[in-house]
Ligand binder design. Sequence first.
Ligand SMILES: [Zn+2]
Ligand SMILES: [Zn+2]
Length: 178
Amino acid sequence: MNEHQTLDLRSPWVISIHELVRRPGELKEFHREIPAPANVGIEMIGVPEGSPVDVDLRLESVSEGVLATGVVSAELVGECSRCLGEVREERDFDLQELYYYPGRDAEEDALFVVDEYIDLDPPMRDAIVLELPFTPLCREDCLGLCPICGFNLNDDPEHNHGEQIDPRWEGLELFKAD
Ligand SMILES: [Zn+2]
Ligand SMILES: [Zn+2]
């Protein structure tokens, strides 16, 4: 990213901050439900494309640019790492990003105000993806699958296969039963 970046104005994540530009001290509450773009997530869990992300931000004009602070909320959908069942969880994620005015000294990966617009997509993505669990669970005490037959142990914690008989002794057992 650099200060000559262009924004895709068709993206619902690109918003106008017209009334804040170069007016330090001005504040604007921003609250909107925006559909999730593609690929917000990791392999096991993420926010399905098109599902609503609730964006609740305070946009503040500061001397270097515009500061966005707030919370994005989304429903995560994924796969339990123990039982492979579905994981669904509504979560809040903290977001904070300073959008610099062009020409300001900013870090390599800084975001900029572009023609009175800012793009909320990158900080939303970071806020969510960095917080995702690497081993999602359908519930804290998920029992997982039976190692012998793959049965979901959450459906019946009593599930078992009786005493395991070493196949080498199976003939002997039959013999005894006679
Ligand atoms: Zn599970
Ligand atoms: Zn089993």
